[in-house]
Design a protein around this ligand. Structure first.
Ligand SMILES: *Cc1c(COP(=O)(O)O)cnc(C)c1O
Length: 618
């Protein structure tokens, strides 16, 4: 049965009908008549309030789950995210809003964002703070709380962003802020940079998020919270606030009560990736009354491991893909670690042409993405036409930003993600002569790259230079373009305009990866090493193609790189290139399967439903 919707103009209950719908700010709105639709299209803002829940005190008291994340990507021009972790959090909140989950989220308001990236002619990265107009996006809230950081009293206020769902519900995102009068300059600067500064800066931000976040929710009147979800160890300190509520001297802390309320999601498959702090630093930064013995008991004798702290006081712990669950269990023996495979928010990551296609053939898909499994029945010509439109958009953007005119007929391979060593952006360039030869003998190839390196990640910066350098070397035979300043808007054009989505992480270092799921929503197949979500999503030659074996790449890294590169070239030569150029119908079948078998499952609607039943109700 189709779910009903409310016509925002007249208030009538209507059945979703793509003929009588309009899109506004990621949302599909349905109407009873053309009259109402026209009225809405003329003045959407006027009718919007009817679509968004009031957010009054009663609404706050009904919220049951608090979700904490160091970064959240809700829209591209709100620069409070860096990459995958933030996009996952943002997509999760959008699905919670669509599915009417009674959840409230907490993060920080980074006034200078992550950073703006520019590249010089040789691919050298330059970073600049992001300028953005905070007040345009968020509304101020009145409570001011006090928090002890480094023995100082820091004032904290908050701002609210409403993540609006498709059916009239919304999820409040509370953004903590210390940049206010009465605070010392160093404390005001605490919220300036995401993942900037040193260990002390990072720890102070984690005190703000975990301890400050719980206090702020109390001050705001969220009185009915039953679950606290930590999205990665940055939020783990919240367990201390729940445990002591400012009084940690109690004889026998009530661990069981805290554990019953907490859920922890880990995203990091390497030991060094887990946040950890020495006790000297902790004793300087954390509230004075916090006993060291308690911290040691919960998070480690020699240093405090934030993941362990979160694990020890959570009733439900999960990794973000099946393989990642296994890797996490090996890394932290003795803990019952489950997995809930990540997803992406379908309506957010489906480009206009595919959105129209799905509206036409699968009405209702955007709030029920499992319907995308019927994409196998969409006529091939219609799928191809939608893709041609998306690809033209990408090529136009490439031309506008780089001046390079790519060939609309050529097989276009896109690689866009954080520039960091394990992602191996340059794997495809291991053997330049071979790649050239494939392009000459078998069919034209062209590449688009994008991705930022963390300012302190020197290897990541080298990777960008290498890609840019090889691009110059191959000019004339294979075009290579590196686009600057990868963000959500650019990601959406890339994941939809590519012919193939390339992903070559070193196994098993990709916990999940989500960009390939975005690509699948636009009929773009993945060509990826068997790690993270792809182990669950790939069916060779049906939903895309695998690179290398599914075994964790043990031992000699250089040897694994060589083997993976060899397999990559072999598949390009024998499978991808000939299928793309000579067996177009089969290629389009792969596109349809990517939608039907991958997008229908690897979405945050399915993911949120798993969190609800396994983690929140458990
Ligand atoms: C989706 C996304 C990511 C995460 O992609 P991965 O495949 O996990 O690397 C990172 N950055 C941006 C801007 C994204 O949109």
């Amino acid at each position: 049965m189709k779910k009903s919707a409310t016509d925002p103009v007249c208030g009538m209950t209507v059945l979703p009908d793509s003929q009588l719908s309009a899109h506004h700010k990621r949302r599909t709105v349905y109407f009873c008549s053309e009259y109402c639709r026209d009225k809405f299209v003329e003045q959407p803002e006027r009718y919007l309030p009817a679509l968004v829940a009031s957010g009054g005190d009663g609404d706050k008291a009904r919220r049951r789950i608090a979700y904490f994340s160091m970064e959240v990507a809700v829209q591209s021009d709100m620069p409070i995210y860096s990459g995958g972790l933030g996009v996952l959090a943002g997509d999760m909140l959008k699905s919670c809003a669509d599915l009417r989950l009674p959840l409230v989220a907490v993060s920080l308001l980074y006034r200078k964002g992550y950073f703006d990236q520019s590249l010089d002619a040789s691919g050298g990265q330059k970073e600049a703070p992001v300028q953005w107009d905070v007040e345009k996006f968020v509304k101020p809230l009145s409570p001011v709380i006090e928090l002890e950081i480094e023995r100082r009293t820091v004032k904290v206020r908050a701002w609210q962003y409403d993540v609006a769902g498709q059916a009239g519900h919304s999820v409040p995102l509370i953004l903590l802020d210390t940049d206010m009068e009465g605070n010392a300059p160093a404390d005001r600067a605490l919220v300036h940079h995401l993942y900037g500064g040193d260990q002390k800066y990072r720890l102070a931000q984690e005190v703000l998020l975990g301890i400050g976040g719980v206090k702020m929710l109390r001050a705001l009147g969220y009185a009915g919270l039953q679950k606290y979800h930590m999205n990665e160890g940055h939020a783990s300190l919240l367990v201390l606030e729940l445990l002591g509520e400012g009084n940690w001297a109690v004889e026998s802390p009530d661990f069981a009560s805290v554990r019953n309320r907490c859920v922890f999601t880990t995203h990091t498959p390497v030991p060094a990736g887990h946040d950890h702090f020495g006790y000297d630093l902790l004793q300087k930064v954390l509230p004075a009354r916090m006993p060291k013995s308690l911290l040691q008991m919960l998070g480690g004798r020699e240093e405090l491991n934030m993941t362990r702290l979160g694990f020890n006081l959570s009733r439900y712990v999960n990794g973000v893909a099946k393989r990642h669950g296994e890797v996490s269990r090996e890394m932290f023996p003795g803990y019952a670690i489950h997995h809930i495979t990540n997803g992406v928010h379908s309506a957010t990551w489906t480009c206009d042409s595919f959105r129209r296609l799905f509206d036409r053939f699968l009405p209702g898909w955007s709030n029920d993405p499992s319907m995308l499994r019927h994409a196998v029945g969409i006529p091939r010509e219609a799928v191809w036409a939608a893709h041609v439109e998306a690809k033209a958009r990408l090529l136009a953007l490439v031309r506008e930003r780089s001046g390079v005119a790519l060939d609309p007929q050529a097989l276009t391979i896109v690689f866009a993600r954080r520039a960091t060593a394990y992602k191996r952006a340059d794997l495809v360039f291991s053997d330049v002569a071979r790649l050239r030869q494939i392009a000459k003998q078998h069919g034209r190839l062209q590449f688009v790259f994008a991705g930022k390196a963390h300012p302190k990640d020197l290897d990541g910066k080298k990777l960008i230079k290498r890609v840019v350098g090889v691009g110059k070397q191959m000019a004339g035979d294979v075009s290579v373009v590196y686009l600057q300043n990868y963000d959500m808007d650019l990601a959406k054009v890339l994941v939809s305009g590519a012919d193939v989505w390339l992903n070559t992480p070193q196994r098993p270092l990709e916990a999940s990866g989500t960009s390939g799921m975005k690509a699948a929503h636009n009929g773009v197949p993945s060509f990826s090493t068997l790690d993270g979500w792809w182990l669950e999503g790939y069916l060779e030659g049906l939903t895309g193609w695998a690179i290398g074996s599914s075994e964790a790449g043990q031992g000699d890294a250089a040897k694994v790189d060589r083997q993976d590169a060899e397999d990559l070239y072999r598949k390009l030569e024998t499978a991808l290139v000939p299928t793309f150029y000579e067996r177009r119908e089969h290629w389009i079948d792969v596109m349809r399967h990517a939608i039907a078998l991958n997008a229908s499952y690897f979405n945050t609607h399915r993911m949120v439903q798993e969190y609800a039943t396994n983690a929140y109700l458990g």
